[in-house]
Design a protein around this ligand. Structure first.
Ligand SMILES: C[S@@+](CC[C@H](N)C(=O)[O-])C[C@H]1O[C@@H](n2cnc3c(N)ncnc32)[C@H](O)[C@@H]1O
Ligand code: SF4
Length: 451
């Protein structure tokens, strides 16, 4: 057995992805809607504060069998139009409760899903124009981004988005190979992805991102090499290379995958390593756990000036005091509180129509949570983190002793650092800062495996 396989046997087990700390299964001290409004008002009271907005559009026309997102499958386009009205009502309710939203700069808006381009051009205008009119926006610094499914993306939609001021587009590619695409119920041509990429650039959008996934069924190394070559031929400014998260107990469509079709362990990781070598040779910079960016892109710049941040949307270079999530299942955060909207569309809609905050759950962070959240975020973005005192150094050495022996992390010059060899195991190393999980293991199957 080679060394990497031995390491996988030891460390490839379920661990959180750390897009939040505490991770969602450990949210306990849930805020009421009133608590949540207090937290928003408090965090925006400083006149130097700023905020970001996330809008969740849950609809997709068909289900991709690998999908782990919060989706609602329908071909009925009028549902998108009705949903825009609910989103606008939710925004209206917040404006009435938190005056600061109109007084503090909005730094970033992101439309995610589901498939945001399920909405028509008309719906985009109806949704975005009043929100932008309400908000303080400095156009030179503002980032407006959207996730699009290229199969459903028209030139007209892209023109509307560019006119509205969208300057970042993220295209769901996943894999270019037709056999893999058939197995994941998502057939889309290279030409379509190229059209969306080229059109976005022609319209002046400075940043195009591709989402790719490694570990998909029948994704052999030979086929994946072609997907990587095709990706490089279009030179996206950013690439997110996600490990397929296999969570069939949450997403039953993944039960359709045959075990023998899924690249696992060392074979799966080899796909990431191959892509990484190719991207680095092309001049991309590796960011955090699973992202790459051209040096000209703001994400790469934020690594250099240590302003890279991580939240529910993944890696981002804009940090603000408040992230307000609108839409079904959306998660919001302030410095001291997480908040999630109802996950069931009818419940969400019902509360919004009654002018209530559509609270499902959340978490008020304790002083310890705030401290460890900083550690987790620093480690996930900079791959190293300060150790604050001797007692902590002892604890880190004890908890990570096997990873230190295996040369995956090192404690040096008052810092915990991930080594090059330790890169695949960043999530395992991050466990040292997860005081909640260290105190109590999750009761049921919760997280995907680390590789
Ligand atoms: C909301 S989708 C992107 C927009 C659009 N719905 C699409 O698929 O093109 C967000 C991204 O999450 C990633 N994703 C979804 N399910 C995943 C899973 N089980 N494991 C890893 N990544 C996943 C995909 O790369 C996908 O592009
Ligand atoms: S991957 Fe995208 S298009 Fe496919 S089901 Fe998930 S959210 Fe919808």
């Amino acid at each position: 057995m080679d060394e990497f396989t031995k390491l996988l046997n030891k460390y490839d087990h379920p661990v959180p992805r750390y897009t939040s700390y505490p991770t969602v299964p450990y949210w306990s001290d849930s805020p009421s809607s009133a608590d949540w409004l207090v937290s928003l008002n408090k965090n925006l009271s400083d006149d130097k504060s700023a905020w970001s907005m996330y809008l969740h559009i849950p609809f997709c026309e068909t289900l991709c069998s690998f999908c782990g997102c919060n989706t609602s499958i329908t071909k009925n386009k009028s549902r998108g139009e009705d949903y825009v009205n609910i989103l606008l009502s939710e925004w209206e309710n917040y404006k009435n409760e938190v005056q600061y939203f109109k007084q503090r700069p909005l730094k970033q808006i992101h439309l995610g899903g589901g498939t945001p381009n399920f909405l028509s051009s008309e719906s985009f205008k109806k949704l975005i124009t009043p929100i932008f009119n309400d908000c303080l926006i400095n156009k030179d610094e503002f980032e407006a981004s959207i996730e699009v499914d290229p199969r459903r993306c028209s030139v007209e939609q892209l023109e509307t988005l560019a006119e509205l001021g969208f300057n970042r587009i993220s295209i769901g590619v996943q894999d270019f190979n037709i056999e893999v695409q058939k197995l994941i119920n998502r057939v889309q041509s290279f030409e379509k992805v190229k059209m969306v990429t080229d059109t976005s650039r022609k319209l002046g959008m400075p940043s195009v991102n591709f989402d790719l996934i490694y570990g998909l069924p029948k994704q052999s190394m030979d086929l994946f090499k072609k997907t990587i070559a095709q990706t490089i031929s279009l030179k996206p400014d950013r690439i997110a290379l996600y490990s397929l998260a296999i969570v069939p107990w949450i997403k039953p469509s993944q039960k359709l995958f045959k075990d023998e079709d899924l690249p696992m362990g060392a074979d799966k990781r080899a796909l990431y390593e191959y892509a990484r070598t190719e991207f680095l040779a092309e001049g991309y910079i590796e960011i955090g756990m699973d992202h790459f960016a051209l040096p000209s892109d703001s994400l790469a710049k934020s690594v250099q000036d240590k302003t890279l941040h991580r939240n529910f949307m993944g890696y981002t270079c804009k940090q603000s005091e408040v992230l307000l999530g609108l839409g079904v299942s959306s998660i919001s955060e302030t410095k001291d509180c997480f908040h999630q909207n109802e996950k069931v569309l009818t419940l969400y809609q019902d509360k919004v129509e009654k002018s209530q905050v559509p609270t499902l759950r959340g978490h008020k962070l304790s002083t310890d949570d705030i401290y460890y959240r900083k550690k987790v975020m620093e480690f996930m973005t900079q791959l190293e983190v300060e150790i604050d005192n001797d007692e902590q150094a002892e604890d880190v050495k004890q908890f990570l002793n096997e990873m230190i022996d295996d040369k995956l992390v090192e404690v040096i010059n008052g810092k915990l650092k991930l080594t090059e060899k330790g890169h695949p195991f960043i999530r395992n190393a991050c466990l040292v800062w997860d005081q909640r999980l260290r105190l109590k293991k999750p009761d049921a199957k919760t997280f995907s495996k680390s590789i």
